[in-house]
Design a protein around this ligand. Structure first.
Ligand SMILES: [Zn+2]
Ligand SMILES: [Zn+2]
Length: 94
């Protein structure tokens, strides 16, 4: 199972959350090597925030880390391994 297909992006224009396969994309008319990405909700070419890949979490992804299964995750701090590791450390120390 690939998590990438479930990657969610939030449009900075209208704040709609769109799954990656549903984003609009087209070749950039000014640069054929580039692709422009549009929002299917407001139809504007917008900037998108990548969201945490934890189902149901709508915070922006600020952490990225490899998984034991050989994949890669992008999550907010709360769902990252960094927080889990810190919690484990604090349990050991405390
Ligand atoms: Zn939008
Ligand atoms: Zn999260």
């Amino acid at each position: 199972m690939s998590r990438n297909e479930l990657k969610r992006w939030r449009c900075q224009e209208c704040k709609a959350i769109t799954l990656e396969p549903a984003l609009l994309s087209a070749p950039n008319p000014f640069d054929p090597d580039d692709t422009i990405v549009g929002c299917p909700n407001c139809k504007s070419v917008a900037e998108f925030d990548e969201l945490c890949d934890e189902p149901g979490c709508e915070r922006p992804a600020s952490c990225g880390f490899p998984t034991a299964a050989g994949g890669y995750r992008r999550t907010c701090y709360d769902h990252s391994d960094f927080k889990k590791e810190r919690a484990l450390q604090e349990n050991r120390d405390g």
